[in-house]
Ligand binder design. Structure first.
Ligand SMILES: NC(=O)c1ccc[n+]([C@@H]2O[C@H](COP(=O)([O-])OP(=O)(O)OC[C@H]3O[C@@H](n4cnc5c(N)ncnc54)[C@H](O)[C@@H]3O)[C@@H](O)[C@H]2O)c1
Length: 410
């Protein structure tokens, strides 16, 4: 049996913890894979790694343990259940041995205040930070005799960097690393280290990650698949399904107000306006890509501590039909943030391993349906994005179209 390493940046957070609990619980038969896209057709036709092949490790900037995070989630939110948690407790304790302290460079004050471990940047140059992260990945791979390592960013959302265009080539990015450019965001250092080591990479957050021009170029040059940004799990998923209905029926949306309230650490970090900026852009961008302008499009995100991991979204859509008739639609979405996100992290790992094994390099646009802001994809209609994944799965199942670099754009 092959062993696949999953390196989670933000390893003690809610999504990471739920992904680890879920993988072990599904692998041991304690629960079923409901919520995982790859557990249903057409992805079941593909040859994907099984969850019991997964070995977890990661970086965080907080101390504590995955087991403590899992217990807190279980007690405060009811997910995972006490029975599921007790079945995987030993596995979680073993994972803690494989978590290293990472960097919080340019992650903003909200994250810096949370960091109770000394982050790598405290006494290292940028180049030394990168070297250390590469060493951590490498040690993980060798110590666990892994056939492949996939790096997934599930760390807190960073502020949007100024002038990301200055890192538009591999040379520019590597020069910045060598000259100790301390404007580089942590997420891109983790992404660079992954791509340079040949590890597929997914960015589940709105942070910069591998979106910089220099890192996209690096992924192509090194033949490594990657994709991002920002997992599409709740309100934004519904928007991507619903907005095409208004567009298709030529109903003119005049206003779409989306108000999200959540009470977990993610919500706490997003209270800071600088950290919130990227998330708002990514949530708002879905409608811009589907509906005809002009329309009023606003997203709010507020921290409501007592809700913990239960995120509630209330959306109000004011639209116009035939004979200028004004109508409204409202919906409320109440979801367990981590239970929605974690299975998608496992899906992304399985699909990136599949792409990597077939020599696919660069951005994996067939994974667009997983993201709010899919890199280099203009198509935001959810059903069309799903179709693209189905086409990939159909081709992959027959062996057609393998070992190619995807060159198409939307
Ligand atoms: N839950 C969802 O449905 C969803 C959907 C899309 C995107 N996201 C994004 O996923 C991310 C994780 O969400 P979560 O609910 O697990 O948050 P969380 O706050 O529970 O976990 C984040 C973890 O990242 C760690 N961290 C922060 N900065 C770090 C750094 N630079 N290096 C290493 N570790 C770092 C924190 O200490 C924490 O343990 C957030 O950016 C969130 O916006 C979540």
């Amino acid at each position: 049996m092959s062993e696949i390493g999953i390196w989670l940046v933000g390893a003690r957070g809610n999504i990471a913890t739920t992904a680890m609990v879920g993988a072990r619980a599904v692998a041991s038969g304690v629960t079923d894979p409901t919520g995982m896209v790859t557990a249903r057709k057409p992805c079941t036709e593909l040859s994907l790694p099984d969850l019991d092949e997964f070995v977890f490790g990661g970086h965080d900037i907080r101390t504590g343990s995955v087991l403590e995070s899992a217990r807190r989630l279980s007690e405060n939110n009811g997910t995972p259940s006490a029975a599921t948690l007790s079945a995987v407790e030993d596995d979680l304790s073993a994972i803690d041995q494989r978590i290293r302290t990472g960097t919080a460079l340019n992650c903003g004050t909200a994250v810096a205040e949370m960091a109770d471990a000394t982050p790598l940047e405290a006494d290292r140059t940028v180049s030394e930070i990168v070297e250390r992260i590469r060493d951590d990945y490498d040690e993980f791979r060798r110590a666990n005799d892994l056939d492949a390592v996939v790096v997934v960013n599930v760390a807190s959302t960073e502020p949007v960097p100024d002038d990301p265009e200055r890192y538009d080539s591999i040379d520019a990015f590597e020069r910045a690393v060598e000259t100790d450019d301390r404007d580089l965001p942590a997420s891109s250092l983790y992404a660079y280290a992954a791509l340079a080591e040949g590890h597929p990479y997914a960015n589940f957050t709105p942070s910069t990650g591998s979106a910089l021009g220099g890192l996209r170029e690096l992924a192509e040059r090194e033949g490594v698949p990657h994709m991002g940004n920002d997992g599409k799990t709740g309100e934004s998923l519904v928007k991507a399904a619903l907005a095409p209905m208004f567009a298709g029926r030529n109903l003119r949306v005049r206003s779409w107000e989306g108000h999200n309230i959540l009470g977990n650490t993610d919500g706490h970090v997003l209270e800071d306006d600088t950290n919130k900026e990227g998330k708002l852009a990514s949530k708002g961008g879905i409608l811009e890509g589907i509906l005809d302008p002009p329309f009023h499009n606003r997203v709010r995100i507020d921290y409501t501590p007592s809700l913990d991991d239960w995120k509630t979204a209330w959306d109000y859509i004011h639209f116009e039909g035939f004979l200028d008739t004004e109508m409204t639609m409202q919906f409320t979405w109440e979801g367990s943030d981590s239970a929605l996100a974690a299975p998608l992290v496992l899906d992304l790992v399985r699909l990136l391993v599949h792409a990597d094994e077939r020599g696919r390099a660069g951005l994996q646009r067939q994974l667009a349906s997983f993201f709010k802001s899919p890199l280099d994809v203009d198509e935001h209609d959810l059903s069309r994005q799903f179709r693209r994944l189905s086409e990939y799965a159909d081709k992959g199942a027959t062996g057609e179209g393998e070992a190619t670099t995807e060159a198409t754009t939307d």
